[in-house]
Design a protein around this ligand. Structure first.
Ligand SMILES: NC(=O)C1=CN([C@@H]2O[C@H](COP(=O)(O)OP(=O)(O)OC[C@H]3O[C@@H](n4cnc5c(N)ncnc54)[C@H](OP(=O)(O)O)[C@@H]3O)[C@@H](O)[C@H]2O)C=CC1
Ligand SMILES: O=C(CO)COP(=O)(O)O
Length: 336
């Protein structure tokens, strides 16, 4: 039987761990909170992150990284971006002590603050190459709240290692959770991070009372920006038309399950960014990603007017109505 360790028992880590356990995989869910591990083991719930969900009884949780990782074929990191490096350091030490090598996957959607590194770059830096046989990312339109209810979901598993991608595919797929493989790790990770920025913008439009035309325009032109930057950075343009691109952009940019969309809505309704972040109680990855991508746009000389407008709203105090007005009054141009 395949054995998997999932690191991070927030909403997404728990939903992915539960899916793999339902498929018959031996899954150990690692959390840094021993009380949360007890709750999962004793009550089969994770009330803070997935209220009302009953988890499968075969899913076990632990706050001991060694017991989670010992003998695992796959380690799947699902902690938020800001915690990835710290958790990866602990993982590297644990694998070294165990003299063990794993397929190292992640499902985190962001870029490291300050360095702007992708998640797989951080993992590769922290976990020595002899301790990982492959790197992979799971990405796509997949709110944990829907996955845990067995709503139909399809995601991408990107890796340059076909065998690793196929093992992950086998472990996660079932009649309600379908997975596709591709080779574009860079594009899948970038698209996953970038769509959160546009989702904040889409939520802001809703918060201000704008309708579906406005959101469709923003998502479409947002996708153009995402693909433009991705191509400049070496990603495959078709990835942006796949599940981790337009697929995730649709779900995050239209759904009240999205923390990024909800954050945008609250900003559109007039709340401050600090208040929005405090009220959410969960990670809003798009806020930090906006800064990284704003700087990337300059570095790679890519025109990203929507991202720039959202950056100025978040970090320079531009009002959202003024940002919209500026975007709508830009010189007229062709669609490309
Ligand atoms: N939620 C979703 O539907 C989806 C989320 N994602 C992505 O998955 C990633 C995780 O998101 P999500 O599960 O929603 O996040 P949540 O905010 O729901 O949970 C984050 C989890 O990480 C834990 N954590 C935070 N810091 C650390 C740390 N330093 N060491 C160990 N654990 C830590 C938190 O613990 P504590 O409770 O103690 O703070 C919590 O258990 C994000 O990048 C997100 O974009 C991707 C697809 C879907
Ligand atoms: O990436 C996600 C769904 O695919 C989750 O988005 P949020 O972090 O905005 O909730």
């Amino acid at each position: 039987m395949t054995k998997m360790a999932v690191l991070g028992a927030g909403s997404w880590g728990t939903a992915l761990a539960n899916t793999a356990a339902e498929n018959g995989t031996e899954v150990h869910l690692w959390t840094h909170n021993p009380k949360q591990a007890d709750e999962i083991n004793q009550n089969h719930t994770n009330a803070r992150y997935l209220p009302n969900a009953k988890l499968i009884q075969t899913l076990t949780a632990t706050s001991d990284m060694t017991s989670a990782v010992a003998g695992a074929d796959i380690v799947l990191n699902v902690v938020p971006t800001k915690a990835v490096r710290e958790v990866a350091k602990e993982l590297a030490k644990t694998l070294e002590l165990l003299d063990h090598t794993v397929i190292l996957a992640h499902a985190t959607k962001g870029l490291e603050q300050g360095t702007y590194k992708r998640i797989s770059e951080m993992l590769a830096e922290e976990v020595p190459v002899q301790r990982r046989s492959a790197l992979a990312v799971i990405s796509g339109p997949s709110h944990a709240e829907d996955v845990i209810k067995h709503d139909l979901t399809a995601v991408t598993i990107a890796s340059t290692d076909d065998e690793a991608a196929k093992l992950l595919q086998k472990v996660l797929s079932n009649r309600h959770f379908r997975t596709y493989t591709n080779h574009d790790l860079l594009g899948s990770e970038l698209a996953a991070a970038l769509k959160n920025i546009i989702a904040i913008g889409s939520g802001a439009l809703t918060g201000l009372g704008y309708g579906d035309n406005a959101k469709a325009a923003l998502l479409t032109r947002g996708l153009v920006e995402m693909r433009r930057l991705g191509q400049a950075m070496g990603a495959q343009p078709e990835t942006f038309l796949g599940l981790s691109g337009i697929g995730d952009l649709i779900v995050t940019g239209m759904s009240k399950n999205s923390r990024n969309y909800r954050a945008g809505m609250a900003l559109g309704e007039g709340k401050t960014l600090a208040a929005v972040q405090e009220d959410m109680g969960m990670v809003i990855e798009g806020v930090n990603t906006t800064k990284a991508v704003y700087d990337f746009a300059t570095q790679y000389k890519v025109d990203m007017p929507i991202t720039a407008a959202i950056y100025r709203v978040l970090y320079e105090g531009l009002s959202i109505p003024d940002a919209i007005d500026e975007l709508m009054s830009r010189p007229l141009k062709s669609e490309s």
